[in-house]
Design a protein around this ligand. Structure first.
Ligand SMILES: [Zn+2]
Length: 138
């Protein structure tokens, strides 16, 4: 079984289990993978797990798939940069303030250490994590 982060055309990310990497494509073709938030079946993989792809020989199809996944990440990144406040490494601090309504509620993004992320989760503060693609054109 493989766990994938799946993203719909409305930028909702959710996790789903698949029998193998081929099952994802088959189920997507059939429209069997629907976003739990909006029901959209126009979904893509948000992330190719490197541990899985590294073991296999890289076919052209897989390379395309990986490129698609990176494109999706760029799209998400643009969306986040456009709609959320960047708080840098103060993410945990800011997320906590927002959670406790000490500041006005707003969408933020930034960096947090694994330790900070674990603590936020313990405190029941909701946040999303994403692998940030490195900009090659920067
Ligand atoms: Zn959705």
């Amino acid at each position: 079984m493989i766990l994938y982060d799946v993203i719909c055309s409305n930028d909702h990310v959710f996790e789903a289990w698949f029998a193998d990497s081929g099952a994802f494509g088959e189920q997507r073709e059939k429209g069997d993978i629907a976003c739990p938030i909006c029901g959209d079946t126009d979904v893509g993989k948000a992330l190719m797990a490197p541990s899985i792809s590294a073991k296999k020989e890289r076919s052209a199809a897989q390379a395309t798939e990986a490129a698609e996944a990176v494109k999706v990440l760029y799209k998400m990144r643009e969306h986040i940069e456009e709609h959320c406040d960047y708080v840098g490494d103060k993410f945990a601090e800011e997320a906590r303030k927002i959670h406790h309504e000490e500041v006005e509620k707003r969408d933020i993004y930034g960096e947090a250490t694994a330790e900070e992320a674990a603590r936020l989760r313990d405190e029941g503060i909701e946040f999303g994590e994403m692998p940030w693609p490195i900009r090659h054109d920067a």
